[in-house]
Unconditional design. Structure first.
Length: 304
């Protein structure tokens, strides 16, 4: 796929059920809700695709999947921030050119203050906004620049609209190396079915157990999904998605089956795929021995 930041790899069916865990968050209007504490020992090198990720996978609510049932209004895993009391999300950067976490959940319309801790020696920046603007380093996009070693930068952003949104670092060479991250909009008002212009974000974690988490997802026919892929282990992985028989045969052609390889430890990457056929579809890792160990996932097409 043409990843949004570097080379290398309809019928709308109603509302999407967001199966998210209830969070025991503070209700005090003057106290921010803290999520994603800093990681003081981020792990190894990012590869050439946005973006990067946690050594320990972030605690995220389950990925929403298409359904015909309406979503209950108050099932977010966090208390959304407001302009008066933003929710605080902590992010770390490191010398491997990683953001940790590489994916952050946000509610439509909420205000978030990002606190960016630089745990390495290289100077970083953090730009947050519409994906196209952030990735293009567009002037006027909210950012905090020149975050030096052991320093913390801070920027506040309100997620107005349906996105997509993302964050990035444009210190020389950093974005080109893959230093970027994604926002997954969740809860009421979030996009219900992904389109090519605004894919629905599905987060997949992988680790040294040689499993995808989750190992099954549901998508709508003709829906476009942006798979955000976090390697929270130490073993290198890859990700293929497409027609199940061709995925099983490791037949990557960039159209029927697309791939993102070199998923190094501690990194997050992204792949877009449009499910325009009847299936079956699947995803898998074909690093030596991984597929044989069961590193696969299934995809259900729902709706007409």
């Amino acid at each position: 796929m043409a990843v949004l930041m570097s080379p290398g790899r309809r019928t709308v069916i109603g509302l999407v059920a967001v199966s998210l865990a209830l969070a025991a968050c503070s209700s005090a209007a003057t106290s921010p809700g803290w999520t994603f504490g800093p990681v003081t020992s981020p792990s190894a090198a990012a590869s050439v695709a946005p973006t990067v990720a946690p050594t320990v996978a972030p605690t995220l609510a389950p990925t929403p999947v298409p359904t015909v049932a309406p979503t209950p209004a108050a099932t977010l895993a966090f208390s959304p921030g407001t302009v008066a009391a933003p929710r605080v999300v902590e992010v770390t950067t490191d010398d491997n050119l990683n953001f940790t976490p590489g994916l952050v959940q946000a509610a439509v319309g909420e205000t978030v203050t990002f606190k960016i801790h630089n745990t390495g020696k290289a100077v970083h920046e953090f730009m947050i906004g519409p994906l196209a603007d952030s990735f293009a380093d567009k002037e006027g996009t909210p950012e905090v620049a020149d975050i030096g070693p052991n320093q913390t930068g801070e920027v506040t952003f309100t997620f107005d609209g349906s996105g997509p949104f993302a964050f990035s670092c444009h210190a020389p060479g950093h974005f080109e190396h893959g230093m970027a991250g994604y926002i997954q909009l969740v809860g009421p008002g979030a996009p219900q079915v992904g389109t090519k212009e605004n894919p629905r974000v599905v987060w997949l974690n992988m680790d040294d157990s040689l499993k995808f988490m989750p190992d099954s997802i549901a998508v709508a026919k003709d829906e476009t999904i942006r798979f955000v892929l976090t390697n929270s282990g130490t073993v290198v992985h890859e990700f293929q998605v497409g027609a199940a028989d061709k995925v099983a045969a490791d037949e990557v052609d960039g159209v029927v089956v697309v791939e993102k390889d070199e998923l190094d430890e501690g990194s997050t990457h992204a792949v877009n795929y449009t499910f325009s056929g009847a299936g079956p579809y699947a995803y898998a890792c074909h690093e030596p021995g991984h597929y044989e160990a069961g590193m696969t996932g299934t995809i259900e097409i729902v709706g007409n």
